[in-house]
Each structure stands twice: as C-alpha cells, then as structure tokens.
Design a binder for this molecule. Structure first.
Ligand code: AMP
Length: 382
C-alpha cells in the first residue's frame, strides 16, 4: 500500500521549461518510470525532444496550462522566471513544488536579499533601488565600488553593472532601463561556495557536500568537491541553507550560493529554487543525483542518500569552446573517469551552457587538474 500523497511511477509529471535542467529532470523521471510532460514554446527545446509530451506553448497559455493541470499528478519548474500566475493556475489542479511563494522569493533580488536579511543571515550590504531618487542614499550608505543589479531576470552576471561613484550609479540605472535594482557592495572574495539540498514534503532535509565554485566572467566555470574550505565554514553554510529552506517551508531542490570574503565573512549571494549548475557534480559523484532528488521530493518519496562516491570536479562547457565546429570529444573520452554531458542544444553561442564534464578522481586536486587540462585542450584552436 502506498503512503498518502505519494506519486508512484506510471504517473505523469510536468516540468515548466525545456532547457538543460528540464531535460535532466525528464530523463531522471523517465528512468524511474514516470511519464513526463514538458511545457516550453521552443520547438527545439532540449527537454522537449526527450519528453513523452512536449507542449509547445507559452507559459501563460490557458489551454496548455489546463491540459498540464489535467494530465499531471504534480508539476515542478526548471527556472524561477515562470510567471507566478502560471504556478498559481497549476496549483489549483495538482501539487506544484516548490510552491509559487517560494519561487517568488528567488525571482526578485530585492525580495530575496530582504528575506535573507530578515532571517538574520548575512548578505553583501545592499540597498533596494526602486527609483532614481534611491541612488543618493544608497551610494553614501555603501563602501564603493558596488554593483547595480536588476531585481529580476538577471543571472550569470547579466543585468549588472559596476558602480564607482554617484555619477556612475545614475548612468548605470539609466543603462539598465530604470528598472528596480539592488545596489550591492562589491565584496572581496576569497572563495565562492554553494550548498545544494533537498527538502521533502515531510520536512526531511538531505544536504549534498558543499561545492567550491570558480566563476569566469560571472558564469560558473568549475565546481570542486570536496573543496578546500576553511574549518567550520562548510558547516556554517549548510546551517544557513537549512534555515532558508525551513523558513520557506520549501519542498524540492534548493541551491544557495555563498561568498566567503577575505575578511572571513560568509554571505549569501543568491538562491535558486531548483537544481543548480553547481550541483551537476552529483550526477556522477553522489549516490542520488540532485535531479533524482527533485523527482523524489516532487513525488513525496523519501529522499535519497547524498553520499559522495568520489572526489569530483565539474567543468562547464560554454558555447565559447565550440568556435565554428564541434570540440574534439575524443580528448574527453580518452579519460576513463571523465563523464561528458551534452544538453542537445542546436546552436552554440559564447556564454551559452552547452554541457559539462564531471571529472572523477581519487582526490579532488587530481580531478581539478585534469578538468583544467581538459578545458585547455578543448579550447585550443589549430
Ligand atoms: P550573480 O549573477 O549575482 O550570482 O553574480 C555572478 C558572479 O559575479 C558571482 O558568482 C561573483 O563571482 C560575482 N559577484 C556578484 N556579486 C558580487 C559582489 N557583491 N561582490 C563580489 N563579486 C560579486
């Protein structure tokens, strides 16, 4: 007999968004025996091509949402920018996890940072900028340089500009379209870390080992696990991420990104209400991947083990590596413990996430060295 509220294989699950995260969700759910319906307007979406049903419609299309609500036992999202009205409409028919309210907090940097600060957790000092008049007080209240970031639709360093003085602040606000923003102190980074966790419908939390992240041009480049993290810092980060999950009464996979400053402060940068790029190492290096965990949490199943099976470095593959042709994948396959993941995207563009490689090894240093070597080889042009 199944537990109350548990959704078992054979049922249909819905995912909003057909990018790489939707594709990973679809593949993991189908492996477990679920049917998957993907909603994404793009006919070539990476997830649509591997789903049982690809609804090619806008995220607000009432017919598509009615069909999704009628066919799906539960729905999740691969990105936080799905309109709140979409999540609300679906929630009238089936469980939507994470909830519209939890997604809303991650969608808007002003809400997100205020939420974290109100919990008593540290962020980089910031001011909400809703109109131009807010800039004067913000510039005099912060130590410059700072970054002006749009409150919504900014990611991977997009929608943000450096600010060195009041004049820059006004110019940057105009350049960003006078949209609501946060002005945030540029902190001195010793390290960037992330915690990926899952919280089940019963409130149980399973936390993955903390990843040490390296970004290039604002985009994640590598995640190394175990990272070289100062004593006590990983535990502190995990404790902060758990606080966030509990305060949101969160159900699903949650990623929290941290700055560890040269002054020894641990600050929350942002969170993602879904599996995260910095958790892709779990696909090959953990007993349960973050994606399987997303399926488990969505379906009300017990969470799987997050045990690390091997030290690992995840190397992101951006469109830059393609140039005008496919990279030479034989360089990757030549290494018995390098695991290639390609997302099935048709066009490579600079900065576009096309895939990743998980490099396993006996120790994290060796995996990091091989990942660095592979990156250099794949980027080399003859
Ligand atoms: P974000 O899109 O806000 O996650 O920013 C992308 C990357 O830019 C981060 O991972 C950091 O490497 C860098 N960054 C963003 N905000 C700050 C900040 N306040 N101080 C220093 N570096 C930052």
């Amino acid at each position: 007999m199944s537990a109350v509220g548990v959704i078992l294989p054979g049922a249909t699950l819905g995912v909003l968004g057909g990018g790489q995260l939707g594709r990973m969700f679809t593949l993991a759910a189908r492996t477990l025996g679920y049917r998957v319906l993907v909603l994404d307007p793009d006919p070539n979406s990476p997830a649509g091509s591997v789903a049982d049903v690809h609804l090619r419609a806008d995220y607000t299309d009432p017919h598509a949402l009615a069909r999704m609500g009628a066919e799906c036992a539960a729905v999740t999202t691969e990105w936080e920018n799905v309109p709140a009205s979409t999540l609300d409409a679906l929630a009238a028919h089936c469980p939507v996890r994470p909830s519209a309210a939890a997604v809303a907090v991650a969608r808007d940097r002003i809400r997100e940072k205020t939420f974290v600060r109100d919990l008593g957790l540290a962020t980089a000092p910031f001011f909400a900028i809703r109109r131009e008049d807010d800039l004067d007080a913000a510039v005099s209240g912060l130590r410059l340089p700072a970054l002006l970031k749009t409150a919504t639709l900014g990611y991977d360093g997009k929608g943000q500009l450096p600010v060195d003085n009041l004049e820059h602040a006004h110019a940057a606000f105009a350049q960003l379209g006078e949209r609501p923003c946060v002005l945030e102190e540029k902190v001195k980074l010793a390290q960037e870390l992330s915690v990926v966790l899952a919280r089940g419908a019963d409130g149980d939390i399973a936390v993955y080992p903390v990843g040490e992240n390296v970004h290039r041009n604002g985009i994640l480049h590598t995640t190394r696990v175990p990272g070289c993290i100062a004593a006590g810092v990983a535990e502190l980060a995990i404790g902060m991420a758990r606080r966030v999950a509990e305060a949101l009464d969160y159900v699903g996979v949650l990623a929290v990104e941290f700055f560890f400053t040269t002054d020894g402060e641990l600050l929350i940068n942002e969170k993602a209400p879904r599996p995260h790029n910095s958790g892709h190492y779990t696909l090959d290096a953990c007993a349960t991947s973050q994606i399987e965990q997303q399926v488990r949490a969505l379906c009300g199943l017990p969470l799987g083990s997050t045990r690390l099976l091997s030290p690992v470095t995840m190397l992101n593959l951006l469109g830059d590596v393609w140039g005008d042709s496919q990279p030479d994948w034989q360089q990757v396959f030549a290494h018995a413990e390098a695991k290639l993941h390609l997302y099935g995207k048709h066009h490579a563009r600079p900065g576009r996430k096309m895939g990743h490689i998980n490099v396993l090894s006996e120790n994290a240093d060796a995996s990091y060295e091989l990942a660095t070597e592979l990156f250099a080889q794949l980027s080399r042009r003859y």
